[in-house]
Each structure stands twice: as C-alpha cells, then as structure tokens.
Design a protein around this ligand. Sequence first.
Ligand SMILES: *[C@@H]1O[C@H](CO)[C@@H](O)[C@H](O)[C@H]1NC(C)=O
Ligand SMILES: *[C@@H]1O[C@H](CO)[C@@H](O)[C@H](O)[C@H]1NC(C)=O
Ligand SMILES: *[C@@H]1O[C@H](CO)[C@@H](O)[C@H](O)[C@H]1NC(C)=O
Ligand SMILES: *[C@@H]1O[C@H](CO)[C@@H](O)[C@H](O)[C@H]1NC(C)=O
Ligand SMILES: *[C@@H]1O[C@H](CO)[C@@H](O)[C@H](O)[C@H]1NC(C)=O
Ligand SMILES: *[C@@H]1O[C@H](CO)[C@@H](O)[C@H](O)[C@H]1NC(C)=O
Ligand SMILES: *[C@@H]1O[C@H](CO)[C@@H](O)[C@H](O)[C@H]1NC(C)=O
Length: 470
Amino acid sequence: MMWYLILITIYFMQEQCSSTFSPFTNLCLLVQTNYSCRCLIPKTLYCYNLKLDHIPQLPLSNKFIQWNNWILAKNNFKYLSAHSFIGHTIHTIDLDSNYLSTIDINAFMGINGSSLRQLILSNNNLSYLHLSIFKHIPNLQTLILNGNRLQSLTFTQLNNLEVLELDQQKNDKDEFLPNLSAITSLLTLSLKFNRIKYLSSSHIFPSSLQSLKLTGNFIRHLSSRLFRFVPNLRYLYLDSNRIETIDSNAFLDIKYLLELNLAGNRFKTIPTYFVLEKLPYLKIFNLSFNQLTILLPNSFDTLLNLEELDLGQNQIYSLSSHTFCTNKSRFQQLSVDLSSNSLTTIDYCTFSNKNIKFINVGYSRQLRCSCSLDKLKLIDQIELKGYCNSNQHIMSSSNQFEKCLNWTNGGCKNSCERETYFYPLSQIELLPTISSYSNIIESKTSKSWHYQTNFMSTFTLLIFHFSNIF
Ligand SMILES: *[C@@H]1O[C@H](CO)[C@@H](O)[C@H](O)[C@H]1NC(C)=O
Ligand SMILES: *[C@@H]1O[C@H](CO)[C@@H](O)[C@H](O)[C@H]1NC(C)=O
Ligand SMILES: *[C@@H]1O[C@H](CO)[C@@H](O)[C@H](O)[C@H]1NC(C)=O
Ligand SMILES: *[C@@H]1O[C@H](CO)[C@@H](O)[C@H](O)[C@H]1NC(C)=O
Ligand SMILES: *[C@@H]1O[C@H](CO)[C@@H](O)[C@H](O)[C@H]1NC(C)=O
Ligand SMILES: *[C@@H]1O[C@H](CO)[C@@H](O)[C@H](O)[C@H]1NC(C)=O
Ligand SMILES: *[C@@H]1O[C@H](CO)[C@@H](O)[C@H](O)[C@H]1NC(C)=O
C-alpha cells in the first residue's frame, strides 16, 4: 500500500515538475514533504499561503536542480534574515502579502551569479529599506514595493532597474513622492494612489523614464515645462486626479509621447490647440469620465497620428461637424468612443472623414435615429456601435434601424419625425450641426412623436443650463 502511494506520488510529481526523470523529481518530493511547497513547470517553487515563517532551506541549486522562481506570497514572514537564498540561482522572488517589516542587509547575499531579476515585496509592512540590501542583487530589473509604509527612498546601487512600482504607500505622511532621479536605467515608474497634490518638477525622475503612472493622486494643474527632465516619456497616466488646467507648454519637452490618459479628471473643455500641438505622435488619448459638454471645431487637428480617442462618460451634447471632418486632419484609422454622452444627433459630415474606422455611441440615451446617422452607418469603413433612442435599434449589427428610416432615390424618409419627412441627400450631407442648446430645444419641441423624450431632453438641457451659470 505504502509503495503504491509513493509510486503514485512520484508519477504525479513527474507530471508536475519536469518532463524528464531526473534528480529534480526526487527533490520536489523532498520539498513537498518538508514544507508542503509544490514544484510547478517551469522551475517554479510554489509555497503560496502555507503559513511559513522561515524561508525554506533547500539543497543548493546545481546543474540538475534549480528553482528559478520562488513564490513565497501570502505567508507569515516578518523578517528576512541574512543569506536567506544563498547558493541558489533565482530569477524571481515573490514575497507579496507577508508581514515583512525588516530585511537584513545581507538577506540577498550569495544568490548565484547575481541572478535575481525580479523582486516582489508588495503588501508588506516595510517603512524603511536599507540601501545596502541591493548591493547583493545588482542585476535586479523589476522591483515591486506597492502597499507598504515607506516614508522615503533613496537608491544608488540599482544600475539595471527598469521597472519600479511604489503604489499606495500607507504611511502617515501626506504624500509620497521620492526623488528617484538616481536610478538612471529606469523605464517604468508607478506612483499610483500616493496622495500627491502638487507635481512641481520632473527633476525627481530619471531621464531614462518611458512610462510614468500617477493615477489616483490629487494633482490639479500641469505647469509649464513640467516634464523637462523626462524627455523620453512615451506613456503618461494621469487618470483619476483633479486636473482642471494644463499650461500650454506643459508637454513641450515630451514630444514623443504615444499615450496620454487624462480620464477621470475635471476637464470642462478639451485641452487647447496650444497644449495638444506639442504632442504630434500621440496615438491614444483618453479623456473619458470628465465634464466635457461641447466639442469645438478642429480640437484634435494637431494629433495627426491619433488612433484611439476616448471621450466616453462625459456630458457631450454638442459636436461640431468640423471636430473630426476637417480639411487639415488626416487621422490614421481613428476610433472614437463617444459612449455615455448626451448627444441627440450626429451630423453625417462629422464622421465622413475617410480615416475614421470606429465610432462608439453606446449608452447615448438621447440619440435620435436620424437619416444622417443612417447614412453614416452606410459608410463602408466605419463601424458604428450603439443605440438610438426611439426604438433601441442596434446600429452596428443589422438593418433594423430602417424601422424609422427609408431610403428612396436621392434621399431618406424619416417616418419617426413629425410626419414622414423627406431629406434629400444633399441636405443630409449638410445637415446643420447642433451647436447650442436653444437649437436643440427648438428642434425638439416642434416634434410630437415622443413627448417623454422631449421632456427628458429639456430637463437635461436645463441642468446644462444651470451648470453653465454656476
Ligand atoms: C526534511 O525533514 C527531515 C525530517 O524532518 C530532515 O531530516 C531533513 O533534513 C529535511 N530536509 C530539508 C531539505 O530540510
Ligand atoms: C550555485 O552556487 C553554489 C555554491 O557556490 C554552487 O555549488 C552551485 O553549483 C551553483 N549553482 C549553479 C546552478 O551555478
Ligand atoms: C508593522 O510594523 C510595525 C513596526 O514597524 C509594528 O508595530 C506593526 O505591528 C507591524 N504590523 C504588522 C501587521 O505586522
Ligand atoms: C533629486 O536628486 C537629484 C540628484 O540627486 C538632484 O539633482 C535634484 O535636484 C533632486 N530633485 C529635487 C526636486 O530636489
Ligand atoms: C480610458 O480610461 C478609462 C478609465 O480609466 C478606461 O476605462 C478606458 O478603458 C480607457 N480607454 C482606453 C481607450 O484606453
Ligand atoms: C475645406 O476646403 C474646401 C475647399 O478647399 C472649403 O470650401 C471648405 O470650407 C473647407 N472646410 C473646412 C472645414 O475647412
Ligand atoms: C419603407 O418603404 C417600403 C417600401 O416603400 C415599405 O414597405 C416600408 O413599410 C417602409 N418602411 C417604413 C418604416 O416606413
């Protein structure tokens, strides 16, 4: 019986650990017995959630046995003593969600050939990290320190560090914004949810930086030449802050930016021409979850390489036909997200620009099924997603839309208007843009077919009216 069990275990371990039958298999068994850790392919020691309070003491790695990744997350480690990993070749150590408050300066001493590349110390109780800790792991590329209690940080030893995450420090200080300019190899830095109120200079970031995440802070304004010390920045995330204003020279030094996320801020208007003209290579621009109401002509004209524009979850009720349909701009296959706004109609010309490929108008509860929308749907390269209000027709997937609309020679009949109304093609192409709320009210109140929609729109418009006053 006993032998039978052991054989099954060996068979099972072989499946789990390694495709060849080697001393490695037996070693897995050993580890399993002593610490209940498991071996996973490829070369991973998996000791997750086992209430361990000491790092497993395993036989030294050699050319047959080696665990490149030590998953030690969710245990009870409070302290990392000296030489915890000595004699092993390790690429990744994951110590997430323990209770570490102290790390011996020699904790990482003796790791074979400075092999450690990735160290995860998130969600511990660290308030201080001694500089010399990193002396023993000079090849570290990724360091994750989210969810600790760090007060300040200075690094000098980490000459190969590329990714540093410092989100959500739970210290008693107001804000956590360390000077990291000494990490001259850093490419990606994350400082989310650290109560940062005021970013006065970028002289705290290394000039190598390509991606900066400042999501979920309290920043209100971006000042002139703010990014002067990070000229290589490609990705900038400033979502969920309180930004209302941007100086026209704020982005002067980061002309190669590819992605700008300003979602969840307090913008009432699109940042001006003078702000955006500094970002000629921008591909992704996110302005969702703001307080935008009107899109003015030519707002995005300078963003010639824009591919994704997210304007969802605003209060946009007016869209100039020359916002997207301009002589100047030649968008490269642009997708526009206008979902969850307050548009009532979209002029055909608005999106007749040949390089727009996708428009999402989902959850625009007041969008009317109009001939110009229908015409838009007929443009081959545009994929239109969303509903118009009167019959909740899905515009993208079918011909159901024609319940209201009927195309005839040279025009379109809309039977959901006052009476069946005929729009000649020329009129559809030049349909006036609704540029002020008084226009909307006028065009709405002349209709009798949908009293409730009328009332709702008027109501919403009144809210706009009031919010404009205050
Ligand atoms: C595993 O446990 C046994 C008995 O408790 C002990 O003799 C052996 O040294 C341990 N092995 C390791 C690698 O810790
Ligand atoms: C790691 O270092 C130990 C002690 O220096 C040595 O015995 C072992 O062979 C090394 N392992 C590898 C994979 O280099
Ligand atoms: C965190 O560390 C402090 C001392 O630095 C200690 O008082 C506290 O109990 C620790 N918290 C946990 C959850 O271990
Ligand atoms: C950050 O440190 C660098 C070099 O250590 C220094 O030159 C720079 O002035 C510091 N930045 C700020 C904002 O103090
Ligand atoms: C824009 O940001 C919002 C909120 O963070 C997010 O949900 C959305 O997916 C983003 N859009 C794009 C195109 O990345
Ligand atoms: C585009 O150019 C044509 C003639 O070249 C002009 O009539 C039209 O007004 C221009 N439209 C815009 C939006 O500038
Ligand atoms: C559209 O026109 C066709 C043929 O003229 C007619 O059968 C159909 O009922 C019309 N649809 C609507 C919604 O008026």
